[in-house]
Design a protein. Structure first.
Length: 174
């Protein structure tokens, strides 16, 4: 059996977090000491490991409680939905990032950020020796291997929707 302090230390969380988990029924200790302190079993530790892992995905505690009771397929569905939410958040943040860069129109700011514009990307590819045909082949392979990631990448460059459609159509037919 493990004390609340040992469990808190093992998972780098506070004792109050464990007390809260107990109060909402997410993780209740399997036992109590003679002095009425919480004691956690090996199975409690395994469950806390799952909770910790799911917390790292950004899932709310209510969702974690729900998926701990589900079978593998439902867990996958919940995690796939979370991944979709994260991808959508990233898409929105990229858009906001590009709007800010456009408003600033400051090469120093653009150079000192993690933003890769279409022009910078094309310049980089050309600097490595790629010509138009090579770049088209690159898009064809990207589209073939990971169409959604290709879409995300093109969006991250700040390319407008119509041009993205054109690039992906060309790549699909390549």
């Amino acid at each position: 059996m493990y004390t609340i302090g040992q469990v808190a230390k093992k998972f780098s969380i506070s004792r109050s977090t464990l007390i809260y988990y107990d109060s909402i029924g997410l993780l209740s200790p399997s036992g109590r000491s003679n002095a009425n302190y919480r004691l956690y079993s090996d199975s409690d530790i395994l469950k806390m490991g799952k909770i910790s892992q799911f917390r790292k995905t950004g899932l709310p505690l209510e969702s974690i409680a729900s998926i701990l009771e589900k079978d593998g397929n439902k867990i996958c569905g919940t995690l796939e939905n979370r991944l979709f939410e994260i991808n959508e958040d990233i898409r929105k943040l990229r858009y906001q990032q590009n709007v800010i860069v456009q408003l600033l129109k400051n090469k120093r700011v653009t150079k000192n950020t993690r933003i890769m514009t279409k022009n910078r990307w094309v310049s980089l590819l050309r600097a490595t020796g790629l010509n138009d045909y090579d770049m088209e082949r690159w898009h064809v392979e990207f589209e073939r291997m990971s169409p959604e990631a290709h879409q995300d990448f093109l969006e991250s460059l700040g390319i407008q929707e119509e041009e993205i459609k054109s690039i992906r159509k060309l790549a699909s037919n390549g």
